[in-house]
Design a protein around this ligand. Structure first.
Ligand SMILES: Cc1cc2nc3c(=O)[nH]c(=O)nc-3n(C[C@H](O)[C@H](O)[C@H](O)COP(=O)(O)OP(=O)(O)OC[C@H]3O[C@@H](n4cnc5c(N)ncnc54)[C@H](O)[C@@H]3O)c2cc1C
Length: 486
């Protein structure tokens, strides 16, 4: 089907007219068109479908970008090199080829702005849409889904502007939740000097301004660099987290490093966090001793992490969350070398001061916010005065008290349940949501980072890509229960 023929639905245009004439058409609605949702749609468009298929691709923002790959005033870098960012498992260098069309000298080891990755996703979707057969149609819809209702024969999606969508199957691809509310920030919530989520508004610091960033992970690194630049290089930035750990630096993309250390011993029983921690350290040390890159060991471990996570008993999972996750995150979610070097430079010249400790309380004091905090391992509290505070603690996967209306509607209807350990949603092997009964709800799926309850860490594109491909294959080969009833 040609791109011009693909449908873009505007408010008021939503109708189910074609379904009445085509009773056997199957409709799959994908809510969220960031990386995961766009890839499910793209893969579906590229597959064989025996029956007519309509794919409704819905997003409240721009289709094909999501939070990570949105167009932004600052050129934030991808955290993995071009050679690791293909959105297609069958063509590992597809993203490189896409980039080389405009930048022929680019190599697999280069790091490019995230916005270019959004261009790539949009290009993939457009190309798949243009090449799809006439009985497969893509409908792009702009709108925000606020509730899902299950009728005996289908689902209905309610949008914020009052529109309703009927569909046989729903794929939720809602992305990462916003950061958790900082308990210490209760008294400053609502103040223009406190930013609860760093991504909707670009960091805009004033020259000479003192800023506190809560969190020391990749979000902090992005905000510190972009914010300091907005202040003409004259900001004073404090960053604080419990351990004060800055993510490790990425090294060059060498496939041989992925073969460092045989991770087989890790999968052998007894599976305990203490043993896994010890074995991982040993494997990294062996890598260093044989003059190879220890990061290859971490990448290799990452590949088997879902299996390990699946096998771990609940009390061991709790041990991991309490004691190990913070170290794993700092090793696994590494910074691109230019970002890492910029952070090192900001630290060396005193612009960025990293603290290990706990935020206790905040209070507005004129144009400043007064912050009480306690350094790690100390009893005495300290005080900081800053002009602005930004919550950079990263996504909060604990959905038990989520303010998200759509998820809340699913929980109240028993169509989904939050993970009791605070790791997203409970799903089965294809991402079908488990409802209140514990069984998978037919025809209602989730794809994206919130599948971490069943897969452990599910944030980077390599595993999300695999999930999107698996889900599209599953949707294309199974017959939904309600195909005739819309
Ligand atoms: C800032 C940032 C940078 C990252 N950088 C990298 C990187 O460099 N490399 C890497 O491998 N991973 C990176 N990640 C990890 C990231 O999780 C994945 O790469 C990927 O973007 C997640 O895709 P997603 O589709 O699940 O979520 P998103 O891409 O965020 O998409 C979710 C979409 O759902 C839409 N949506 C949500 N709720 C609704 C609703 N109710 N109605 C309608 N639409 C809705 C949103 O508008 C959004 O477009 C980054 C993550 C972040 C947050």
């Amino acid at each position: 089907m040609s791109q011009t023929a693909s449908e873009h639905m505007n408010p008021g245009e939503l109708s189910f007219r074609p379904f009445a004439r085509e009773p056997t058409i199957q409709t799959i609605a994908i809510i969220g068109a960031g990386f995961s949702g766009t890839l499910v749609a793209t893969n579906l468009l590229q597959m064989e479908h025996p029956r007519a298929l309509r794919i409704l691709l819905l997003d409240r923002g721009e289709i094909g970008r999501g939070v990570a790959y949105a167009s932004r005033p600052y050129p934030y870098l991808l955290n993995a090199p071009i050679g690791r960012m293909s959105a297609t498992s069958t063509d590992p260098l597809e993203f490189l080829k896409f980039i080389q069309r405009d930048l022929p000298p680019a190599t697999a080891n280069d790091f490019v702005p995230r916005e270019l990755y959004g261009d790539y996703l949009q290009w993939k979707l457009q190309r798949a849409d243009a090449a799809s057969p006439s009985h497969v149609r893509l409908v792009r819809i702009q709108g925000s889904a606020t509730a899902i209702e299950q009728t005996p024969s289908s689902f209905r999606i309610r949008l914020a502007d009052g529109r309703m969508l009927a569909t046989n199957t729903i794929v939720l691809a809602l992305g990462n939740p916003p950061p958790a509310r900082l308990p210490a920030a209760e008294s400053v919530r609502g103040s223009s000097r406190y930013v609860e989520d760093p991504w909707p508004t670009p960091p805009n610091f004033e020259p000479g301004e003192s800023v506190l960033l809560a969190g020391t992970g990749p979000t902090m690194a992005d905000v510190a660099i972009a914010g300091n630049e907005s202040a003409g290089g004259r900001a004073v930035i404090h960053a604080i987290s419990r351990h004060g750990l800055i993510p490790a630096r990425r090294t060059d993309f060498r496939t041989s490093d992925d073969q460092v250390g045989d991770p087989a011993p890790l999968t052998q029983p007894p599976l305990s966090i203490r043993r896994l921690f010890r074995l991982t350290r040993e494997l990294c040390e062996q890598a260093v001793q044989s003059d190879r890159d220890w990061r290859g060991t971490i990448s290799r471990l990452y590949a088997i992490a879902p299996t390990l996570w699946h096998e771990l008993p609940e009390h061991e999972r709790r041990q991991y969350l309490r004691h190990v996750r913070v170290y794993w995150d700092a090793l696994r979610h590494r910074l691109p070398p230019p970002t890492w070097s910029a952070i090192e430079e900001l630290r060396a010249n005193g612009t960025l001061r990293v603290h290990a400790g706990r935020l206790i309380a905040m209070q507005i004091a004129g144009k400043q916010i007064r912050v009480r905090w306690r350094p790690r391992g100390e009893r005495t509290e300290r005080m900081l005065e800053v002009g602005r505070i930004i919550n950079c603690t990263g996504p909060d996967y604990d959905l038990r008290n989520t303010p998200n209306r759509l998820l809340h509607s699913l929980f109240t209807r028993g169509l989904a349940v939050p993970d009791p350990l605070g790791l997203g949603l409970l799903t089965d092997e294809f991402g079908a949501l488990r409802g209140a009964s514990g069984r998978a709800v037919g025809d209602l799926y989730f794809v994206g980072p919130l599948r971490c309850a069943d897969h452990g860490d599910t944030t980077e594109i390599q595993e999300l890509r695999a999930h999107a491909e698996d889900l599209a294959r599953h949707l294309a080969t199974r017959r939904p229960r309600h195909v005739r009833s819309l």
